[in-house]
Design a binder for this molecule. Structure first.
Ligand SMILES: *Cc1c(COP(=O)(O)O)cnc(C)c1O
Length: 320
């Protein structure tokens, strides 16, 4: 199979000035406008994954995530685009519901394997077995069945995005004091940290957690950075990562997939005033968190928000 055909390339995304909030100047990086499958951070990450799949000759892909996972949808659609089989291991939590992301993945012919939170490892192994029994060579997006080993590939996506931010800063002589983004698995934030580290950048990279307590989220980011070979485990102790890595968990609002009025109003405000759709599970939660921090602490300076996408979640929100 020749997967070089019609290779999906990620174009640089633009940065726009949005508005002032008190003394803070807010800019936005429009990763939601990446031109495949509704955009978002998962398209950058999936492009790196499929680059590996192509180079190493895999013939199937296995993704993993919850019912609201944008990664699952993008992997399913990219697999369909390149003509390879896709399996999705999907966590069935207590608040499980059908989402636009799930339907889109199903349209692309992805095969779902459901599991509970405790049976993830077994279900990944089951997906690998099913695929191999069909004569395929499956690639699991996170590496081994414990979800580790592929960090180097996954981190590349936002290392590159950091370089785009740096080029913009240099060219326009705008220094961003803080870069804000939604933080879930922490892979996107770890990629940005890796990019900043390699470029000796000075921005604070601030994750607004969408699911986990801050300590857990920070540990995941450290693991991503060590497994991704950005830092040595020994450097990490010296660098005191729990201080160095910034994740705020004040805006969990009931946890993954849940949101209150503040987030809902922010989503409505952004789409009405600026024509920019955020989703309440990720980007809307993070944007609300950033604005709340700026207001509460009367913060000053230039702030860059990375719009990590989540468009299908915006429409789930509209129809709820
Ligand atoms: C997955 C996702 C995130 C979080 O990215 P992680 O790398 O998992 O931290 C943020 N925003 C959207 C829209 C996402 O789909």
């Amino acid at each position: 199979m020749d997967l070089d055909y019609r290779n999906i390339k990620i174009d640089k995304t633009k940065i726009d000035y949005l508005f002032n909030e008190g003394k803070a100047k807010i800019y936005i990086k429009r990763d939601d406008l990446i031109g495949f499958s509704f955009g978002g951070n998962k398209v950058r990450i999936a492009a790196e994954i499929f680059e590996e799949i192509r180079r190493k000759g895999y013939t199937a892909v296995i993704s993993y995530g919850s019912y609201a996972s944008n990664l699952n949808r993008v992997i399913a659609q990219m697999a369909c685009y390149y003509g390879i089989k896709c399996y999705i291991v999907c966590k069935q939590e207590k608040d499980f519901r059908t989402t636009a992301n799930m339907k889109l993945a199903e349209y692309s012919g992805a095969e779902y394997i459901y599991c509970d939170v405790l049976g993830v490892r077994e279900s990944i192994e089951k997906a690998i077995r099913i695929s191999e029994s069909r004569g395929e060579r499956p690639y699991y997006v996170y590496g081994n069945s414990l979800g580790e080993g592929n960090e180097e590939v996954l981190l590349r996506a936002y290392k590159k995005a950091y370089n785009e931010i740096k080029n913009y800063s240099d060219k326009n002589e705008i220094h961003f004091d803080s870069i804000y983004l939604a933080s879930g698995t922490g892979m996107t934030q770890a990629g940005l940290i890796a990019g900043r580290y390699e470029n000796k950048g000075k921005e604070e990279i601030r994750g607004i957690s969408v699911a986990r307590k801050a300590v857990e989220a920070k540990k995941a980011i450290v693991r991503n950075l060590v497994n991704g070979k950005i830092f040595e485990a020994s450097d990490i102790e010296m660098l005191n990562p729990l201080e160095m890595i910034k994740v705020n968990d004040l805006y969990l609002d009931g946890g993954y997939g849940f949101y209150g009025e503040g987030i809902a109003d922010t989503v409505k405000m952004m789409v009405s005033r600026f024509g920019i759709a955020l989703d309440p599970v990720y980007s809307g939660k993070a944007f609300y968190g950033m604005l709340s921090e700026i207001r509460k602490n009367d913060l000053e300076g230039s702030f860059l928000f990375i719009h990590t996408g989540g468009m299908p979640g915006f429409f789930d929100f509209m129809l709820k």
